[in-house]
Design a protein around this ligand. Structure first.
Ligand code: SF4
Length: 248
């Protein structure tokens, strides 16, 4: 089997050069096929952010077994990430797929019952920051556990969305049980990977794109499957993403 090709990049983060090695993105392909390269770059930026926090004496308090951030937060994912999650679930062994899809169906039904699903699936472009915060609080109040959480650990860790990678705290993990009420100390991230993906997806699909909570990812990806499986000139989209990374 041939060794997958890689690209070497130098990013400038906080004025410093950061050497990154990532899988070669396709020249032409679906937007979700750019994710392995993007995630490698995001991981390098996250490592940089952790080193920077540690240099000031702070320590990441997230650890395996602490899943507070997977238990109620909306976890916004971009449409290409939603599509990648749908493909991931569809490729699971049958029993596992049934289990995970049943969990998704439960969360979707609860969001519909609470009258929240449509507000997330068909985002009002006029929604302001206060409205978005109210919506997020209402979502949080439902206590919807991520369908991928298994035995207090992420069952899709290598493929988890940007937001999951970037959410790292240095405060007491107990505070994460209610980040709306508690002063959670989140490590600031230098690159806005999800925002940049939304920008690239909007350009590639020629229509504005918005995130959806992870629990609605499969529903969103199924509703937009035709658009999301379009093959595009991926190289310009990848360059667009790189340029948008630090402008989000
Ligand atoms: S995808 Fe993984 S890390 Fe993200 S919320 Fe779900 S279980 Fe947690």
């Amino acid at each position: 089997m041939p060794t997958p090709r890689r690209i070497e990049l130098v990013l400038r983060i906080d004025g410093e050069p950061l050497q990154v090695s990532a899988p070669q993105p396709p020249v032409r392909g679906r937007l979700d096929e750019l994710l392995p390269a993007m995630q490698a770059i995001d991981n390098a930026a996250i490592d940089h952010a952790i080193r920077k926090a540690e240099a000031t004496g702070r320590q990441v308090t997230c650890a395996k077994g602490c899943s507070a951030c997977c238990r109620a937060q909306p976890v916004p994912v971009t449409p290409p990430e939603a599509h990648a999650l749908l493909l991931l679930v569809e490729a699971m062994p049958a029993a596992r797929r049934r289990e995970v899809e049943a969990r998704f169906a439960d969360r979707v039904a609860r969001l519909h019952k609470a009258g929240l699903a449509d507000a997330f699936l068909h985002r009002d472009p006029a929604l302001d920051a206060d409205g978005a915060r109210t919506l997020a609080r209402d979502y949080f109040a439902l206590g919807l556990v991520c369908p991928f959480l298994q035995d207090d650990a992420c069952s899709i860790h290598p493929q988890r969305p940007f937001v999951c990678r970037q959410y790292l705290v240095t405060s007491d993990p107990a505070l994460c049980a209610d980040p709306f009420a508690n002063p959670v100390d989140v490590i600031p991230m230098p690159l806005q990977a999800a925002t940049a993906m939304l920008s690239a997806a909007s350009q590639a699909m020629a229509t504005p794109q918005h995130t959806v909570p992870l629990t609605l990812a499969l529903a969103h990806a199924r509703a937009h499957r035709e658009a999301l499986r379009q093959r595009v000139d991926a190289e310009p989209m990848f360059r667009h993403w790189l340029q948008a990374l630090s402008s989000g």
